[in-house]
Design a protein around this ligand. Structure first.
Ligand code: PEP
Ligand code: MG
Length: 915
């Protein structure tokens, strides 16, 4: 059976498994936390919280199956759904003694999205649904607070108008049109905050909002509450396919088939007066992982005000003074949530007239550093065991402990122009971009960018992905900017109220300093400081410890890193090697924990200094004699390089690949350099030109490269083998006893005979060198599996090979018939149509290429049960692909040096996940 594990393909015209469609939470609860697939993360956790007795307003969740049905049936719903929803509304009415659409004591609801994995801010939400010209009066009566009722109504129209009816800003520079009307009125009434508007003001605003909708849509804002509800439900399901949700799914490899659930929940009101509040809290600090109660709130406000960054909220600690009783209740909830969900939680709460309600909880998004710290500390606190802690850390997170930070010396002389809230640690320097489009354009030009916005919205996602860092002048640590930056691992400073941004003039002003689009700015996401100009970076603490420049005991970050790496090494069964072709790279990789070299690309060694001239001489040679003359000059260089690498690896295995690329890659493209080359070699310029022409190939990637080179020019293989064995002999005979066991790898083999041809040369040279030095060299010879024919005939090829290394860069290229250098023209379209879940050159196409690997593993081992197997394509540093390699039964993965720690962790996770 294939070991390939792939995501379920979309079902066509699906028949829904359960006809339930709708799951209640509240007095009776149908679901629980394990039902994320069906209820989405939000729906499942609401059910779980309701069942453990947390104060959750009642409601119901429409399942993800309905979403899939909706898209499979031209955006129609299953016939029975309407009745189920109507019954569920009745049940909520009964629990609260309120009436949906009723004049007397109206029930209002929120309608929210919730996918299996949370996608913060990517899909739509509607609050205060159920208000119309009549129920608003009812709400005013029952609350005895008309100002509050009309505030809810204007909020509802604003949200519904934007999300369901599409009345939004039409360009990136334009503000939200409802917000413009609100600000105009505030200005006219001299109101400092939204709460200063009177009932009459709010009624005027409602009239203006309705007129705006009529003007833009030629339709009226709906008064029928059921129509409102279905409009909102459809908008939420519709938002599963909006541009930013698609982009987000691509970034995180979430399949389109999953769909979103929709949770409908009775509203509670944080804007019911000064004894009411709303907020977002984290059970630990999501930026650095510290165990402190972290979050923020606004008095007399609704949830969206906090998240959207419209007003900069207060730190949660302040609530202890403002509402001591509610704060205590909140602390209890914090502890209960962590103990129950056994992970850092990000939860939304509302205090309505001093009574606390919890509206949602989810595992909090966190920075890489926080992920590591939280896992390590929660294990220490016995909230989880080592295995769970390891699985809780996204393998990529380790990278954030290794990335450069601002150089402390450079910081001392830098000018701080303002300070904001530190929301995503690290240092970022780049040119100012005020729009997502500008950020994208600059990065395409090769510039680094810091995206500077008043506040970000989900539409800025693309720009955020392109930026080094994100800076906002409004919004707190749970604002959209902070949330998304944390998850993307971007540096972020938010809510820097000391600076202002003018989109029209394209300026950023902080005190007397005015910066323009394209100027350099630097932000420190660990301290919140904003600096004018560029700031140099330096190595991270972990790297400094590994390089010997900092004592291990002086860095808590290093302690965290070491703890996780030790855990990982204990649990993983695959070896981790590295792709390195210089002693410096090799040393760095060993410091990161590499256990060997899985790919040393020898061609990289031919570019330095004089070598390239000899290489070119070899390529331009017209016969074997000339070629051998040039190769003789290259031999000492190669040998010296191998000696350096063997020494740096200090006894660890080293796989050396013989020459692979098409030869034209070594030749100059420019006539001036070609002329210089002719002079150096003492040949006519026309001769150089003619030789270059004769080497031209239409498809060099499928042409004379790989083992084909060694087959037509055996003297190349001979020289390289000699350099390897001579270097081995030198190191073996050296003063310091270092073991060397070279592994020679023949590239791009598709036929057994190709490998056999090259083996003969390697073995002959080995014998000659051993005889010459009177020593025994322990070596093995293997091949790369990087064309489909090699995978398909792996049983035959294994007869000649001691090992296989899957070259998944070429294997992807040849299996998909897709040039690894030329996918730019259609890649964006393929992504937006979700034909590729992920770039197949970055994350292994498990369903296709993976099958070839599975097949080759089975066939190879049927010939040689102990055949050593590894992977050395770029995929070897990608956690999802590493998981595949573990399942496929590979012995090792070989990735670039900086990714070695990520691979160590990912390999341990693969073992734990698949045990
Ligand atoms: C590969 O093809 O996966 C490989 C490692 O070789 P290269 O990238 O050098 O072609
Ligand atoms: Mg290759």
């Amino acid at each position: 059976m294939s070991r390939t594990q792939t995501k379920k393909p979309a079902k066509t015209k699906k028949t829904i498994k359960s006809k339930k469609f709708v799951y209640a939470f509240g007095k009776t609860t149908d679901g629980n936390a394990t039902m994320r697939e069906l209820l989405g993360g939000k729906g499942a956790n609401l059910a779980e919280m309701a069942s453990i007795g947390l104060p959750v307003p009642p409601g119901f969740t429409i399942s993800t199956e309905v979403c899939t049905y909706y898209y499979d049936h031209e955006q129609r719903y299953p016939a029975a759904l309407r009745q189920r929803v109507a019954d569920s509304i009745k049940s909520v009415e009964k629990q609260l003694d309120k009436k949906f659409g009723g004049r007397k004591n109206p029930l209002l609801v929120s309608v929210r999205s919730g996918a299996r994995d949370s996608m913060p801010g990517m899909m739509d939400t509607i609050l205060n649904l159920g208000l119309n010209d009549e129920t608003v009066e009812g709400l005013a009566d029952v609350s005895k607070n008309p100002q509050f009722a009309w505030d809810c109504y204007r909020r509802f129209i604003q949200m519904y108008g934007g999300v369901v009816m599409g009345v939004t800003a039409r360009t990136e520079e334009e503000e939200d049109p409802f917000h413009v009307l609100l600000e105009k009125l505030k200005h006219k009434e001299r109101a400092e905050s939204d709460n200063d508007l009177s009932t009459e003001n709010l009624q005027t605003l409602v009239t203006q909002y309705k007129a705006l909708i009529r003007k833009r849509t030629r339709g009226a804002f709906p008064q029928d509450v059921m129509q409102q509800l279905w409009g909102a439900v459809s908008a939420v399901f519709g938002s599963w396919k909006n541009e930013r949700a698609i982009l987000y799914r691509q970034e995180y490899g979430i399949p389109a088939e999953w769909g979103t659930a929709v949770s409908v929940q009775a509203m509670v009101f944080g804007n019911a007066g000064d004894d009411s509040a709303t907020g977002v809290a984290f059970t630990r600090d999501p930026a650095n992982g510290e165990k402190v109660f972290y979050g923020e709130y606004l008095i007399n406000a609704q949830g969206e005000d906090v998240v959207a960054g419209v007003r900069t909220p207060n730190a949660i600690s302040k609530l202890a003074k403002e509402m001591p009783k509610s704060f205590k209740d909140l602390e209890k909830v914090r502890s209960k949530l962590e103990k129950h969900f056994k992970d850092m939680q990000d939860f939304e709460f509302t205090i309505e007239k001093k009574k606390l309600f919890i509206l949602q909880t989810r595992n909090g998004k966190r920075t890489g550093l926080a992920a590591v710290r939280i896992a390590v500390e929660m294990q220490k606190e016995r909230l989880m065991n080592v295995e769970t802690a390891l699985l809780k850390i996204p393998a990529e997170s380790i990278d954030s402990l290794l990335v450069p930070v601002f150089d402390p010396k450079a910081l001392k002389v830098a000018t701080v122009i303002a300070t904001g809230l530190p929301a995503g640690p690290g240092g970022a320097t780049g040119r100012i971009a005020f729009t997502a489009a500008q950020a994208e354009m600059e990065t395409r030009k090769g510039n680094r960018v810091v995206l500077c916005r008043t506040e970000t919205s989900p539409d800025d996602l693309k720009g955020m992905l392109h930026s080094q860092g994100i800076l906002t002048s409004r919004g707190g640590v749970s604002s959209h900017a902070a949330l998304v930056a944390r998850q993307l691992g971007k540096v972020c400073v938010c809510g820097a109220s000391g600076m202002s941004i003018n989109y029209e003039k394209k300026t950023l002003t902080a005190g007397k300093v005015v910066l323009r689009e394209g100027d350099y700015i630097s932000i420190d996401g660990s301290t919140g400081a904003i600096y004018k100009g560029m700031i140099e970076s330096t190595d991270s603490e972990v790297k400094r410890v590994l390089d010997g420049g900092l004592k291990p005991t002086k860095s808590y970050t290093y302690e965290l890193f070491q703890t996780v790496m030790k855990w990982a090494d204990k649990h993983r069964t695959m070896n981790i090697r590295t792709n390195a072709d210089t002693p410096t790279m090799a040393k760095q990789a060993v410091a990161f924990g590499a256990e060997g070299i899985g790919l040393c690309r020898t061609e990289h060694m031919f570019f330095e200094g004089d070598r390239i001239d000899y290489m070119r001489q070899m390529i331009l040679a017209v016969d074997e004699v000339q070629r051998r003359t040039a190769l003789k000059k290259l031999l000492p260089f190669q040998k010296k390089d191998f000696v350096g690498i063997f020494k740096a690896m200090n006894g660890r295995p080293v796989t050396i690949r013989l020459l692979d690329p098409p030869l034209h890659e070594f030749l100059p493209h420019d006539d001036v350099v070609r002329r210089q080359l002719a002079e150096k070699l003492g040949v006519p310029f026309d001769f150089v030109i003619d030789r270059i022409k004769s080497l031209h190939e239409e498809n060099p990637m499928l042409g004379c490269r790989g083992c084909r080179l060694g087959i037509i020019y055996p003297e190349i293989t001979e020289m390289q083998s000699r350099a390897i064995f001579e270097a081995t002999a030198q190191v073996l005979k050296g003063k310091k006893k270092i073991k060397v066991k070279p592994e020679i790898m023949i590239p791009l083999v598709g036929f057994r005979a190709e490998l056999a041809d090259q083996l003969k040369i390697v073995h002959r040279v080995a014998k000659e060198v051993m005889k010459k030095h009177k020593i025994r060299i322990n070596y093995i010879v293997g091949t790369m599996i990087e064309v489909p024919r090699a995978a398909i005939t792996a049983d035959e090829i294994a007869k000649e090979a001691d090992f296989f290394s899957f070259g998944t860069n070429d294997l992807t290229q040849t299996a998909l018939g897709l040039s690894r250098d030329d996918m730019g023209l259609f890649y964006d379209q393929y992504q937006s149509k979700e034909i590729y879940n992920k770039n197949p050159f970055a994350s292994l196409d498990q369903h296709g290429v993976g099958k070839l690997i599975d097949f080759a593993v089975d066939r190879g081992r049927s010939t040689k049960p102990d055949l050593k197997l590894g992977i050395c394509g770029e995929h070897a540093g990608d956690p999802a692909s590493i998981d595949f390699c573990h399942r496929a039964g590979l012995d090792y993965v070989s990735c670039s040096p900086p990714r070695v720690p990520i691979a160590r962790l990912a390999a341990a996770q693969a073992k734990l996940r698949n045990s």
